[in-house]
Design a protein. Structure first.
Length: 448
C-alpha cells in the first residue's frame, strides 16, 4: 500500500468515526493494515512513530490479545509433558523416591557416582582368564625365518611366526611351531617376551601335519606351557588365540572366540603343485588368526594349550574362520620330531592317479567290471618296493585296502597313515584287465 493511500485511509477513518468506537472486526482489519505499515516504516526509517493515534493503534494490535490464549495453552501442554517425564523417571528407577523425598546423602551420592562399578560375575571371570593367559603368554615366543637373499649379504629376515615352549629338560627348551614358518630357513631365531633373541636348531619338520620342533638354550626360559586335551572340547567353548599377528611388532596378541567346529577336514597342498595331497583334521574357531599367528597357541579358559594355530581361510568374503591343529593329534608328531627328526609312515611304493586324471590315450588300457566306478590307477611301480614284491603292475586299479574303499590319493594316504603301521601286512584289492584280484602286501617305511 502506498503512503498516499495510507494517508487517505487514515483521514477517512478519523473523520467518519472514532477508533475506539469501531466494532472489533472492523478495527482488526484497520489495525492490521496500520500495524504492517508501521513496522515497514519503522524498519525503513529506524524512527519511532510520532503520531499519538498511530501509537495507540499500534498498541491495540489484536495479535497481542490472541497470544495470551496461545501462552496459556502452551503452559498446559508443557505441564502435561513435564508430568509424563517425571512419571517415567520414577517408574524406571532413575529417580529414587525415598532419597528424593528426604534429600539426604546428596554429596555422598555425587562422590560415589564417579567410582567404577564392578559387575561381580564378569569381573571374576575376566580376572581368572587374565591370570591364566598371562602365564601361558610367557610361553608363546616369536620365530624368525632367516634366509640369505643374495651372495653379497648375510641372512635376512624372510618371515616371522609364533611358537610354544612346551618342554624344558637338561638345560634345553623345546618349541613347537608350524613347518611352513621355518620352511627354507638357513637360520632360525626364537624371540622371547623380553625381546632376547636365541639361536634355534630345527630338530625336524613334517609337511603333512605342518609341525616343526625347535631346540633352544633353556637357561633363559622360565615358563613352559601347560598342554591340555582337545578330545573333550565342545562347540561353543571359549578359547583364546595367542601369537604374533603381522610380525613381532604385535607380539603376544590375544584374541577371543569360541570353538566353532570339531574334526574339520581341510585339504592341504604340501608340495606346492596346486593339487591337494593330504587332508588334515583341525579345530575351527572364530578367534582371529592372522599371518604371524601360525605356530601360536589356542588355549582354553584355564590357559591350557588345546591347539596349535595353523591356517586361516584367506578369502575376502569369509571372516571369522581360523584353524588349529588339535593338541592330541600334534603330540605324537612332536615326540617323533623331537626324538627322530622325522615322522615314520608306511608306504606301498607306487605312484597313483585317480581314474578321471588318466590321459585319454591311456584309457583303453583300463578295463573295469560292472559295479566298479572309482579307484586309484597305478601310474608306476617303484623298483624293489613293497608293491613290486606284492606283484602290482602299471594300470592296475586299486579299489580297496583291507576292505576299505579308496577312490583318491587323499583317502589312500589317510587310511595308510592313520590305520596301519610300518611292517604290517595289508590286503589290496585291485582290478587288472577287467578282473578283480587281491594280493597281500607288507608295508615298508616311507623314504624321505
Amino acid at each position: 500500500m502506498s503512503e498516499n493511500s495510507y494517508e487517505q485511509e487514515r483521514e477517512t477513518d478519523s473523520n467518519s468515526r472514532n477508533e475506539y468506537n469501531t466494532p472489533l472486526d472492523e478495527r482488526e482489519t484497520t489495525v492490521t493494515s496500520q500495524d504492517y505499515t508501521s513496522e515497514e516504516q519503522i524498519a525503513s526509517t529506524n524512527e519511532a512513530p510520532t503520531n499519538i493515534e498511530e501509537q495507540s493503534t499500534y498498541r491495540a494490535n489484536p495479535k497481542k490479545q490472541r497470544n495470551w490464549g496461545s501462552i496459556f495453552l502452551g503452559g498446559i501442554v508443557g505441564g502435561v509433558i513435564s508430568a509424563v517425564v517425571v512419571v517415567l523417571l520414577l517408574t524406571s528407577g532413575i529417580i529414587d523416591i525415598d532419597s528424593a523425598a528426604d534429600g539426604s546423602n546428596n554429596e555422598e551420592a555425587t562422590e560415589t557416582s564417579g567410582e567404577p562399578q564392578m559387575i561381580d560375575n564378569l569381573s571374576a571371570e575376566d580376572a581368572t582368564v587374565s591370570t591364566d593367559i598371562q602365564e601361558v603368554s610367557e610361553a608363546v615366543v616369536g620365530v624368525v625365518n632367516l634366509q640369505q637373499q643374495s651372495i653379497w649379504e648375510g641372512n635376512q629376515e624372510a618371515g616371522t611366526g609364533s611358537g610354544i615352549v612346551y618342554k624344558k629338560e637338561n638345560g634345553k627348551a623345546y618349541v613347537v611351531t608350524n613347518q611352513h614358518v621355518v620352511d627354507g630357513a638357513e637360520q632360525v631365531e626364537v624371540v622371547l617376551n623380553d625381546e632376547v633373541r636365541l639361536p634355534a636348531k630345527v630338530l625336524g619338520g613334517d609337511a603333512l601335519t605342518d609341525l616343526a620342533v625347535l631346540e633352544i638354550d633353556g637357561s633363559q626360559i622360565n615358563t613352559v606351557a601347560n598342554l591340555g586335551s582337545s578330545s573333550d572340547l565342545k562347540v561353543g567353548e571359549t578359547v583364546l588365540a595367542i601369537g604374533n599377528p603381522l610380525g613381532l611388532e604385535f607380539a603376544n596378541s590375544v584374541t577371543k572366540g569360541i570353538i566353532s567346529g570339531l574334526n574339520r577336514s581341510v585339504s592341504v597342498d604340501t608340495n606346492g603343485d596346486g593339487q591337494a595331497d593330504w587332508v588334515t583334521e583341525v579345530l575351527q574357531t572364530d578367534a582371529a588368526i592372522n599371518p604371524g599367528n601360525s605356530g601360536g597357541a589356542l588355549v582354553d579358559a584355564e590357559g591350557n594349550v588345546i591347539g596349535i594355530n595353523s591356517m586361516k581361510i584367506a578369502q575376502g568374503a569369509v571372516e571369522g574362520i581360523g584353524f588349529a591343529i588339535p593338541i592330541d593329534s600334534a603330540l605324537p608328531i612332536m615326540e617323533q620330531l623331537e626324538q627322530d627328526g622325522e615322522v615314520t609312515r608306511p608306504e606301498i611304493g607306487i605312484a597313483t592317479v585317480s581314474l578321471y586324471q588318466v590321459p585319454f590315450e591311456y584309457r583303453s588300457e583300463i578295463v573295469l567290471p560292472d559295479g566298479i566306478e572309482g579307484g586309484m590307477v597305478v601310474a608306476n611301480v617303484q623298483p624293489n618296493s613293497a608293491a613290486e614284491r606284492a606283484g602290482l603292475q602299471q594300470f592296475d586299479v586299486i579299489t580297496k585296502i583291507n576292505g576299505h574303499v579308496v577312490t583318491s590319493i587323499l583317502e589312500l594316504r589317510q587310511f595308510l597313515y592313520s590305520e596301519t603301521e610300518v611292517g604290517e601286512s595289508i590286503e589290496v584289492e585291485f582290478v587288472r584287465n577287467g578282473e578283480t584280484q587281491t594280493t597281500d602286501l607288507q608295508l615298508a617305511e616311507q623314504s624321505n
